[in-house]
Design a binder for this molecule. Sequence first.
Ligand code: GLU
Length: 297
Amino acid sequence: MRTVKAVGRFAPSPTGPLHFGSLTSALASFLDIKSIGGHWMLRIEDIDPPREVLGASDVIVRQLSAHGLNWDGPVLYQSDRLAAYAVAIAHLKSKNLAYHCSCNRKRLSTLNGVYDGLCRSLELTPRDTSVRVRLPSQPTSIEFYDHILGDYYQNITHHVGDFIIQRKDQLFSYQLAVVLDDHYQGITHVVRGSDLIDSTPRQIYLQRCLGFNQPWYAHIPIATNSSGQKLSKQNYAASLKQGDESLTLWSALDWLQQSPPTFLYNSSVNEIISWAIAHWNPKKIKPSLSIAAPPGF
Ligand code: GLU
């Protein structure tokens, strides 16, 4: 019998250095896969140059290493994968599963985020258009089991409609690139923040269109600041402090409800990581969309 290797991944966008929230996602996906002897891949999702911060990729790579989160194999940069994304778009179009759309921003702003399919049957040429995936003509619901939040259900027809896979400015969408690369890297386990659970049904739909296997999903709570907002660059979340790696790891394990012993607090990064792999228990994570970050983060 052929056994499939368990493969997890961390897939940050290089929009700034890691903060406590991004570290908890990296740590949870790392521990989850290492606790079952799998591989952990690092993928830099650098396909949106306007949002990218110069040098952020290198900072992220250094921060992960400093926290003992060592990935397997080379780092995959999505900016090296543009030809593969274009091939997938051509394939979806040839199967009539994608089409060009010329709707402008003004029109889309009247649709409340759910595309009404105006361009579906217009057979537009590529010039100045975006590309949308074609959902089935009957309303389509996607259900999956999330290993932290439980059963999840979304009617993608009513929630988003035919969604964009390539923008008018030619940039490829996150939804398309993430599905193609999870498949390309053989990812079996996706552990990431709960803010992305809403995207998962779209990704499952694309996996089905492309004949890919569906990974195992677990969405962990996102870390929030004292105003209840997700820690993010936009909310001025603090970058992880160099020299505080042990404290940060211990706090992240505590935040993930893994009950790290207090003596571990003063241990080396490698000792903390070894303890955490041996004691990883995802069932202890509170099934919640968000949890406040500890003071100081
Ligand atoms: N690049 C995405 C982000 O930084 C995460 C992608 C994913 O984990 O699916 O928010």
